[in-house]
Design a protein around this ligand. Sequence first.
Ligand code: MN
Ligand code: MN
Length: 276
Amino acid sequence: MFAGARCEYHEADYVIIGVPFDLTSTFRAGSAMAPDEIRQMSYCFEPYMMEYGVSISDMKIHDLGDVTSSDTVKSMGEELYQIVNKVVNDDKFPIVIGGDHSISPYIVSAFEDVSVLILDAHLDFRDSYEEMKNSHATVSKRISELNNKGVKVCGVRSMSQDESNFAKKPLFLTSHEMLETDDFLDELMENIEGDVYLSIDMDVFDPCYAPGVGNPEPYGLTPVHYKKLISMLSPRLVGMDIVELCPRYDNGGITTNLATKMIYDLLGSREGRFKE
Ligand code: MN
Ligand code: MN
């Protein structure tokens, strides 16, 4: 159980859902271990968040446990969709812990009328990958085909030649642009419409902060980028996932530590802000 998640489902504002699934991983598998590693790591931190003046133990969080289907992407996706659809219809905020990135389109399809922001080193805009339509490499493409207000991928520094031929701005923002100045923040807030769903592929961070991922890629973002982004974005968020964390390749647990603190920061910035 995630730290502080002592609330019953019917009273909860936030619902934690684990997806121990990494069947579509093609380079370094192991993200199926992430949900439990994150839950364990969640006891590392002080429940009180000094920055936001709130404690995670006062928040209404329920840990729903894990999705149980993991034989195929389809069976996992159908179960995950059913769960998230109920959570969203019950007016609760899903926090999904993956799993490889192939889980995200199933989560997004449970929402109506949201903008989707993806943080990722990779564009993930292939139409299919290794003959799979739903793979960790086709995420933003599948999401772009769903009925929503559009998708934007931030932190990008890798794509195939094919993708580069048809993926045009403003679909993505590169990590190089984001590392130069913080000017992108205001622009991003203005250009992204209404309610926002946030999907975080941990490889968006530089491997020095997040070595434990399936496909590490140098020249990435820093945790401070996330802090700034989440403080501006959190009131508009309706759901979030954290994916591609691969504990087997982690170094002293630092990637897991960061991913877990990111959930704290999401909760702290939302609850602290609303309390003001
Ligand atoms: Mn990626
Ligand atoms: Mn990805």
